[in-house]
Design a protein around this ligand. Structure first.
Ligand code: 7TS
Length: 398
């Protein structure tokens, strides 16, 4: 069921990919399903001739798979976007234009550990006059529902809290937060980019108004995302233009990508048990192997995290230096968000959990997928330990 055949092109070169929170390999089945829509069935779905209409069945199947994957009702909307960044921008700016710009509400509640496409959008809205509360995480790396309840005022229009954090994998209590928002009459958005395919995501169980996801985080293609909008919620489009997506997002639908993301969603849901059992087992094996090194710390209790992520802090070693050593050995990991990998700032989340400045530069994120093997995990443990020992030996900080 799990394919390693595609690796055989370079049998002698180590290529171990543990950066699946940044992006994932396209499942070969997804790639195969996308192929016909580049050169054979390349019509624009809005065209009335056969080239246009012949893509409709595949698009319909893909959309049904997306609805089913998050348990949306067919009266809800799932809008196709170009990425989760666009989905998140659509929600925050849409609520601003619709409810806040000239209305009685001017307040957004979010967290200090959202992806920059939420955090920086909120800061942009601040520059236009919105009031934004950035809730800090507690020592568990989470924002509790009570903190959200305490931050809501009669002027609050929107709460935006991620389902799972991209750096640590820590899961936020979105069901409770959704209930708080529903009771307070405040719109609730969650960025579920790091949750899809890792934990069940069910919009009937969790009272969200808006939910964002991104194809390339669950073995679909890059450059396509989705936005769930619950029935009856108003959200002006971010992109105005043609009548695609029932006037909710203009621009020619990227047929191949939607087909790919639809199948990727279906496979992600089918593999949730595997994720929970086998990916978790490998992640725990990796984590135990790395924690055997002295003076190491993992951020976030295991039971609070998605099954694929470990964020490890190694005293006396710069995260970037460690990544360099791993990369030389053919192993891909990251210091957190690739979007922030050019900056050498202390990790805000490590700082937030109170680990102290000496640990906050030393975070390394390892994120697995259903394609990760036990042999790879064991190889990473060996290389990682060697790298840490080497770097500590030459470090003045250890
Ligand atoms: N939201 C979260 C929680 C993310 O982790 C990311 C990408 C995005 C939104 C943006 O998604 P996109 O579809 O616009 O690409 N996060 C990361 C990361 O953690 N490392 O590299 C990219």
């Amino acid at each position: 069921m799990f394919y390693n055949g595609f690796r055989s092109a370079q049998p002698n070169m180590t290529r171990i990919y543990l950066d699946n929170n940044a992006t994932t390999i396209v499942d070969p089945l997804v790639r195969q399903a996308m192929e016909p829509f580049f050169c054979d069935q390349y019509g624009n779905p809005n065209s009335l001739h056969q080239f246009g209409t012949e893509v409709h069945p595949a698009l319909r199947t893909a959309m049904n798979r997306l609805y089913a994957g998050i348990n949306a009702a067919d009266t809800d909307d799932v809008i196709i976007t170009g990425c989760a960044t666009e989905s998140n921008n659509t929600v925050l700016k849409g609520v601003w234009f619709d409810l806040m710009r000239a209305g009685a509400k001017d307040h957004i509640v979010t967290t200090s550990v959202e992806h920059p496409c939420v955090g920086n959008t909120a800061r942009f809205l601040q520059s236009l006059g919105a009031k934004v509360t950035f809730l800090p995480v507690n020592h568990d790396g989470r924002v509790e529902a009570q903190a959200v309840a305490d931050a809501i005022t009669p002027r609050t229009a929107l709460v935006s809290v991620m389902w799972a954090n991209n750096e640590t994998g820590i899961i936020f209590p979105v069901k409770e937060i959704g209930e708080v928002c529903r009771d307070a009459g405040v719109l609730f958005h969650t960025d579920a980019v790091q949750a899809i395919g890792k934990v069940p995501v069910d919009v009937q169980e969790v009272p969200v108004d808006f939910l964002s996801f991104s194809g390339h985080k669950f073995h679909g293609p890059k450059g396509v995302g989705g936005l769930f909008v619950r029935r009856g919620r108003r959200l002006p489009p971010l992109l105005h233009g043609g009548e695609q997506m029932a006037n909710k997002r203009a621009g020619t639908v990227n047929v191949a990508s939607v087909v790919g993301m639809g199948l990727a969603m279906d496979l992600a849901v089918q593999n949730l048990d595997y994720e929970d059992r086998e990916v978790r087992r490998l992640r725990d094996r990796l984590e135990d192997g790395l924690l055997a090194l002295p003076d190491t710390m993992v951020v976030g209790r295991r039971e609070l995290r998605v099954p694929n992520t470990v964020f490890l802090s190694v005293r006396g070693v710069e995260g970037e230096a460690l990544l360099w050593d791993l990369n030389k050995a053919g192993i891909a990991a990251s210091t957190g968000s690739a979007c922030a990998s050019e900056s050498l700032e202390a990790s805000p989340i490590i700082s937030a959990i109170g680990a102290g400045p000496e640990l906050s530069h030393t975070g390394v994120r390892l994120s697995l997928s259903r394609f990760t093997t036990e042999a790879e995990v064991d190889a990473v443990i060996r290389v990682f330990r060697r790298a840490v020992e080497r770097l500590r030996a030459i470090s003045s900080a250890y």
